[in-house]
Design a protein around this ligand. Structure first.
Ligand SMILES: *Cc1c(COP(=O)(O)O)cnc(C)c1O
Length: 373
């Protein structure tokens, strides 16, 4: 029986893992110190300068880091946090953890990031923090948010390697900024995150709250504040340290794949590609999200691509229209028209550092098939 020739399936995302990762994780296994060992501090000290930060605290996830960051800037029960509805749901959820209210404002149609004018209009005397997201690795206009004079927490979970339009690396402005290390991010520890800050006292508080509220020099069963278990294991830190060694290569490879996509997709009428960098801004490439030409149903396109063997995913659905947010906060269609229009037309295509030009071409051909006219 003859088997039809099929080319290897293209995944949506795939981490780069090699001998170095195996070696470093094995060292931890053999050492027997699986958590709160020496690699936690080593990972933090290696990471901070990579994003221009004075301090870094490793945590168990990006979400955990955002939660601790909001607490650290003083968000409390009954407060408002102004943020974007075009994000992964975690950036809104963390406000709800503290019984604060995520107050959404619409996005910029080009960068897809929180629009500073819309954010300013959403600020009231209940607003105690702003939470911009560097969506898809494109730097949000944090300099504009700074003018509003409120504490800022940056969701940089998709933005490792990004640089703001004024040349400051994302993570380097001094506000708490949070990076994430889930398996599809630019750097992975399986699960994990890192909070950076310019403030030594804030780092001390974060380090305590991630470890059940235990002060650094405290006896092990004394705790002077409420804390969580948001620790990152030494196994995960070992993986992160190995990944840091190849971070520049992985970021460059992602940028190369993005350039190949731009070239391969630029002819398709009405298809919107990720915005190019302006001024000194640099995108830290995370995903390759395109907005479909009007007249195409997003879910139909995802199905048609799947039939051609190409995985893709709606990216992102609007947070305020998710059932929990509708029910809890009474949101409905029409509140944030730019976000809703973009969300209805956006899909993520396969994207990872080792993606070859011929794989990019295969994806592009299928996209052309499905949405080309
Ligand atoms: C990945 C991500 C997070 C959360 O990261 P986890 O490590 O999965 O908790 C938060 N915000 C955004 C925008 C993300 O993409």
């Amino acid at each position: 029986m003859s088997v039809p020739e099929v080319s290897e399936a293209i995944p949506l995302a795939r981490p780069v893992l090699g001998e170095r990762e195996e070696q470093r994780v094995l060292e931890v296994l053999r050492s027997g110190r699986l958590s709160l060992g020496p690699l936690l501090g080593e990972f933090e000290r290696e990471f901070a300068p990579r994003v221009g930060a004075a301090h870094a605290s490793a945590v168990s996830s990006g979400t955990a880091g955002l939660h601790l960051a909001l607490r650290a800037v003083g968000v409390k029960d009954g407060d408002d946090v102004v943020t974007t509805p075009f994000s992964f749901v975690a950036s809104a959820n963390v406000a709800v953890y503290e019984r604060a209210r995520p107050v959404f404002a619409d996005i910029d149609p080009v960068t897809l990031n929180l629009d500073p004018d819309a954010a300013a209009a959403a600020v009231t005397d209940r607003t105690t923090a702003l939470l911009p997201v560097h969506v898809f690795g494109y730097p949000a206009d944090v300099a504009a948010f700074e003018k509003l004079g409120l504490p800022i927490v940056e969701d940089a979970c998709e933005a490792l390697g990004a640089v703001d339009a004024d040349g400051i690396p994302v993570g380097g402005r001094g506000h708490p900024a949070v990076f994430a290390f889930y398996a599809n991010k630019q750097l992975t520890t399986g699960e994990g995150g890192m909070l950076t800050t310019a403030d030594a006292a804030m780092k001390e508080r974060i380090d305590s709250e991630r470890n059940q509220g235990r002060a650094p020099n405290m006896d092990w069963l004394d705790h002077d504040r409420l804390g969580f278990n948001y620790r990152l294991s030494d196994l995960a830190c070992a993986l992160g340290l190995a990944q840091l060694e190849r971070l520049d290569d992985m970021l460059a490879a992602r940028a190369r794949v993005a350039a190949a996509y731009r070239e391969a997709l630029s002819e398709i009428e009405g298809l919107e590609l990720p915005c190019p960098d302006v001024a000194q801004a640099r995108r830290g490439w995370f995903v390759y999200v395109v907005q479909l030409p009007s007249g195409f149903d997003r879910d139909d396109v995802v199905r048609a691509l799947a039939e051609r063997g190409i995985p893709s995913k709606p990216y992102f659905p609007a947070v305020h229209l998710m059932s929990f947010y509708r029910e809890r906060f009474g949101h409905r269609e029409g509140e944030f028209p730019v976000c809703e229009d973009v969300a209805a037309r956006s899909i993520a295509l396969p994207f990872f550092p080792q993606m070859t030009e011929s794989q990019v071409e295969r994806v592009a051909e299928s996209v052309r098939d499905v949405v080309g006219r």
